[in-house]
Write a protein that binds this ligand. Structure first.
Ligand SMILES: NC(=O)C1=CN([C@@H]2O[C@H](COP(=O)(O)OP(=O)(O)OC[C@H]3O[C@@H](n4cnc5c(N)ncnc54)[C@H](OP(=O)(O)O)[C@@H]3O)[C@@H](O)[C@H]2O)C=CC1
Ligand SMILES: CC(C)(CO)C(=O)C(=O)O
Length: 340
């Protein structure tokens, strides 16, 4: 276990970057990745929201009441870089005061948990707190309350970084990717005020003026790769085999029609090409849906192909391939099996 490189924090601290109060909600794989990189950047005051204090907390500080003068709860965590180096770090747990002072709430939960968390803690946030949703699939924004959408600026982050959490207190950055960030539901050329700090702290953070189109492109790729890999219990590369092409074409055609109903242009043959290219580029990956199925965890299929089905109903479009995939993937979980 090494000490975190001090040079990095110093190098990242430029006076171009404003000091920010950031709360990261969710201490899973991606939330822990955010926390590690943000704690290395001294211009950010970071605290976290977890479901339960499941992480070991320092015995010397864990039992203080939440008064302004008392030390706050701290979690001891470790981070392993994909180069093999490991480091220890700690995060403060957010209390009502830190939530109320937050400039930015970064929500790193699975798509099926994210909206409920935000709806539950929004009353503790000041109206000036911006909310950044980091998840696969779609539909989280739509599930936020109207009041939250009217009060806060909502942003979306798509990530291709890989993170794995072998234990509740240890995260491994398994693959270097990028963070694409933009204003949800708006085309916004000007980066958000806090974006420069994120750009300084995180590896490969990019502002996207039209995140919605990017989100749809990623959704379309996930609609192809995730259910097919899960149902056939294969790594991503396998679905580039010719036998999968008719099913891939059928999925892509339906996704293209539904995208069009949302004023998004995504040609079916482009979806096929992009999905096959990503499947090839990530040939040895176990897709997140297959990983969830293997672990008998709830999948995000309802936010992927299920989102297409939901929009299709609203638009009166028939999507039999996507509907069947959602049903079949949901039926794979042991917990979904009918009791005898
Ligand atoms: N991991 C990866 O490499 C990638 C993930 N993504 C996407 O990022 C999103 C997050 O994924 P990932 O980090 O892997 O998922 P994880 O399951 O590792 O993390 C989700 C975390 O959310 C926590 N959580 C759930 N409900 C609450 C709540 N009410 N309050 C506080 N915390 C809560 C869980 O708590 P608990 O620990 O108690 O279960 C868990 O720690 C997903 O949409 C995923 O598809 C995208 C690209 C890559
Ligand atoms: C792009 C892909 C398919 C990579 O595995 C992914 O996003 C996932 O597994 O959810």
């Amino acid at each position: 276990m090494s000490k975190a490189p001090e040079m990095k924090a110093a190098a990242l601290t430029t006076d171009k970057c404003k000091h920010l109060n950031i709360v990261v909600a969710g201490q899973g794989a991606i939330g822990s990745l955010w926390c590690w990189y943000l704690t290395q950047y001294s211009a950010v005051n970071l605290s976290t929201v977890t479901r339960a204090p499941a992480f070991p907390t320092s015995p010397t500080i864990s039992s203080f009441p939440n008064t302004p003068s008392a030390p706050k709860l701290k979690k001891q965590l470790s981070f392993s870089h994909f180069n093999g180096q490991s480091y220890q770090y700690h995060c403060l747990l957010a209390d009502d005061k830190t939530l109320n002072n937050a400039d930015l709430l970064v929500v790193c939960l699975k798509s099926y948990d994210a909206a409920q968390l935000v709806n539950n803690i929004a009353s503790k946030l000041a109206p000036t707190t911006d909310i950044l949703l980091v998840h696969n699939g779609m539909g989280v924004y739509e599930a936020l309350s109207d009041k939250i959408k009217a009060t806060h600026n909502i942003y979306t982050c798509l990530t291709t970084h890989g993170a794995f959490r072998p234990t509740k207190s240890h995260v491994i950055h398994t693959g270097l990717g990028s963070f694409d960030i933009g204003r949800h539901a708006f085309v916004q050329n000007e980066p958000a005020p806090w974006f420069n700090a994120l750009k300084c702290a995180l590896p490969n953070a990019h502002w996207q003026s039209d995140i919605k189109t990017k989100q749809w492109q990623k959704l379309a790729i996930n609609c192809v790769i995730n259910p097919l890999t899960a149902l056939n219990n294969v790594c991503n590369g396998e679905i580039t085999q010719a036998q999968y092409l008719p099913q891939i074409s059928a999925i892509a055609k339906e996704v293209s029609e539904v995208a069009s109903s949302q004023d998004i242009t995504l040609e079916a043959n482009t979806i096929v090409e992009q999905a096959l290219a990503v499947a090839q580029a990530t040939a040895n990956n176990v897709s997140s849906t297959l990983a969830d199925v293997r672990a008998d965890r709830t999948t995000e299929i309802n936010a992927i192909n299920g989102y297409i089905c939901q929009l299709a109903i609203e638009a009166g479009i028939s999507v039999p391939s996507n509907s069947a995939l959602v049903e079949q993937v949901n039926a794979l979980l042991k917990s979904a099996a009918p009791s005898q």
